[in-house]
Design a protein around this ligand. Structure first.
Ligand code: ACO
Length: 385
């Protein structure tokens, strides 16, 4: 066993690859995709354009953009056999992330290019998964309410089409922009847990569907993608801005974590949370109702939690993107159990772009663990134990 090596629990601080896809400056609240600031992309770009950027490392020309969007639109349909799987799992009350994972996995059986390993074939497959994910999410929404599946509309953009497929109504420009912004903000984010899970799978030269299924699996947990849903329930538990002071003190005394705060890389305000907070202010004033109530609880919670955490010497724990997305989701009629699936649908571009980038210069990911158990134990046959 030799001398005990340095063990980097959680692989904290370990670099595993080079990338040109995204850069996070966690000390200064900065995030870039291929060199473009997240603020500019959220303001001026669209999810489809961001997807092009992440696959091709540049913004598209007008004709490339139109062609790319057309390819995505044509790939939205989900075969009946996959919809049946979704329907059956909904009936069994499976978790939406498990349904999404299983549906994506089952799509692999129907992809004629599954065994083709080239950059272009991988982008084509990634686009198919990316384009079908919202249809799968909308199917879950409809089936779980006893409603029929609505076919995708080819005259709507990616985010607008998802809202349409859920509610059967074309969204307003503002509603579509809100969801499109959420898609952009979640598209890619360095070497996070789910991206690393995708990369581990892809590094064995397993196919891109397998990599995406790994990503979805890793994203499910409340320390990663599941935090927005947990934040929503936290706001419901708090119930009113008047309860925030007492709730925070009690939570921190009990060593409870405030969901939607803290981040392994950001030791400053997550720039995505800042964009979401500004958008939510508009959402709350336009929509009122539950969204406005959640917004008033969340903003108060931020203020009190930052003050109380700072008193405890924890100044680096600040809101992350999941803190403010529940408000926008609620305004769009997206229920909490589907929040993480939208995150997953957005991040498919990040997982696949990173996997495609990594396998071009592939190295099997195979770390080590340090054995601390016994050796040379005597085997006792079953009937003698
Ligand atoms: N609320 C209260 N205290 C916190 C929080 C929080 N949200 N996050 C961290 N802390 C405290 C920890 O209790 C710990 O305190 P201690 O040193 O007294 O034990 C200290 O801060 C350091 O925490 P770590 O867990 O070591 O930090 P790590 O880098 O592992 O945590 C994580 C990152 C997992 C995101 C954490 O901040 C957390 O659990 N946050 C809540 C869940 C969440 O919002 N996740 C979404 C992340 S963003 C994303 O995936 C899109």
């Amino acid at each position: 066993m030799g001398e005990k090596p340095v063990i980097n629990k959680g692989l904290e601080g370990i670099y595993v690859a080079e990338t040109k896809l995204s850069y996070i400056d966690g000390e200064n609240s900065r995030l870039y995709y291929v060199g473009y600031s997240i603020e500019d992309l959220a303001k001026y770009s669209t999810y489809e354009e961001v997807a092009f950027l992440l696959y091709y490392y540049r913004l598209p020309t007008k004709s490339e953009y139109e062609l790319f969007k057309a390819v995505m639109r044509e790939s939205r349909e989900v075969p009946d056999e996959v919809l049946s799987i979704v329907r059956n799992m909904v009936r069994r009350r499976a978790h939406p992330m498990d349904i999404l994972r299983t549906a994506v996995s089952s799509l692999s059986a129907l992809d004629p290019e599954i065994d083709q390993r080239s950059r272009e074939a991988d982008i084509r497959k990634a686009l198919r998964i990316l384009s079908k994910a919202p249809s799968i999410i909308a199917a879950m929404y409809r089936f779980s309410r006893g409603l029929d599946y609505i076919e995708p509309r080819n005259d709507l953009d990616h985010a607008a089409n998802l809202i349409y497929m859920m509610h059967g109504k074309k969204p307003s420009e503002f509603e579509a922009k809100v969801l499109d912004t959420i898609f952009i903000l979640h598209a890619e984010h360095g070497m996070n847990a789910s991206t690393f899970a995708s990369l581990v799978t892809a590094s064995t030269l397993a196919d891109i569907y397998a990599a995406v299924v790994s990503g979805i699996s890793a994203l499910k947990g409340p320390l990663h993608g599941g935090a927005a849903e947990a934040a929503y329930w936290q706001y419901k538990e708090i119930g009113s801005p008047d309860n925030v002071e007492a709730w925070v003190k009690n939570a921190l005394d009990k060593k409870r974590r405030i969901m939607g705060m803290g981040h392994r890389v950001y030791k400053s305000y997550d720039p995505r949370a800042k964009i979401m907070k500004e958008l939510d202010r508009e959402v709350a004033s336009k929509f009122g109702g539950e969204a406005a109530q959640l917004y008033s609880i969340a903003t108060k919670l931020e203020e009190v939690a930052l003050r109380e955490l700072s008193k405890r010497g924890k100044v680096t724990i600040q809101p992350n993107v999941d803190f403010y997305t529940p408000i926008a989701y609620t305004a769009l009629g997206i229920p909490p159990e589907l929040f993480t699936t939208i995150f997953a649908a957005s991040r498919i571009v990040g997982w696949t772009a990173k996997v495609i980038e990594y396998v071009e210069n592939n190295r099997l990911i195979r770390p080590l663990d340090y054995y601390i158990g016994e050796l040379d134990k005597k085997y006792v046959p079953l009937d003698q134990r």
